[in-house]
Design a protein around this ligand. Structure first.
Ligand code: SAM
Length: 250
């Protein structure tokens, strides 16, 4: 597997579609807990910048230095936003009183390939939250059957760049025995002077609900709610989309 996030960084914001509803969701969620927000695996830090622009004090981190430097190029002037290179498994941060943190998009946590890594990530986030602070998770639960999804081309809904065209071609397969989703994406970048394509392979590892609940408890979190969508409809068995609201005990 090679994920090529360092190359993705330069075209991460290829689609200029208005994501305000997504950012507003996190703004109003964070507001219930406080002003200090930690955004792990932030890529360029788009949601983090939105929160900072709306008065929050935000630290956002990503393991890929190129993501952070591209993020700084776009959002460096936003007050209240700190963008840093960091690994969720070994986070080195002085501040420890965050009110709210989140792993979004049914993908980020699944980039962690073992339950041991998920435990380490939960420990890492737990140490940075204040007592009563919230960790919000958006996860997918493993599907019972394997499947393939055929090659499909994606064009930006709203092109971001005027000097180049960017489009993506995805294909993948889900292995139910391994509970792994293998995704291969080719990113095409074409300008008047040049044409380039690079491939990104990621594997998303899914976990059973009971495994995640046990880890949250071990790491000092109490689960306050389980939902099937952002409208906070209660989660019921059989639903693959699983949103968890956990707060730090003590
Ligand atoms: C799917 S992207 C994140 C999308 C992001 N949440 C957003 O809203 O744009 C996953 C990101 O996680 C980062 N990442 C992967 N492993 C990480 C780790 N161990 N610690 C911190 N960041 C990590 C990658 O560099 C990549 O930018």
């Amino acid at each position: 597997m090679y994920n090529n996030y360092e190359k993705q960084a330069f075209v991460w914001d290829w689609d200029a579609f208005d994501d305000t509803p997504e950012y507003e969701y996190w703004r109003s969620y964070a507001e219930r807990f406080g002003q200090n927000v930690l955004v792990p695996m932030c890529a360029l830090g788009q949601s983090a910048a939105y929160l900072a622009e709306h008065g929050f004090s935000v630290t956002a981190f990503d393991i890929t230095p190129e993501m952070i430097s591209e993020g700084k190029a776009r959002f460096g002037a936003v007050g209240g936003l700190e963008l840093i290179v960091g690994d969720i498994l070994s986070l080195d941060l002085e501040t420890k009183n965050y009110d709210f943190t989140f792993l979004a998009g049914h993908g980020d946590l699944h980039l962690l390939q073992t339950l041991g890594d998920v435990r380490q990530a939960f420990h890492s986030l737990h140490r940075r939250l204040r007592a009563g602070g919230c960790l919000a998770l958006e996860l997918s639960l493993p599907a019972p059957e394997s499947f393939c999804y055929p090659k499909r081309e994606y064009q930006p809904r709203v092109p971001r760049y005027t000097d180049k065209k960017v489009w993506k071609v995805n294909e993948g397969r889900y292995d139910a025995a391994e509970k792994r989703n293998y995704i291969e994406q080719t990113v095409h970048v074409e300008s008047a002077a040049d044409a380039e394509a690079f491939t990104q392979r990621v594997c998303l590892q899914y976990y059973e609900r009971g495994e995640i609940l046990a880890l949250l408890k071990q790491c000092g979190f109490s689960v306050q709610g389980e939902f099937s969508d952002r409208a906070r409809m209660p989660w019921t068995p059989g639903q693959c989309e699983w949103l968890v609201e956990a707060v730090k005990i003590g």
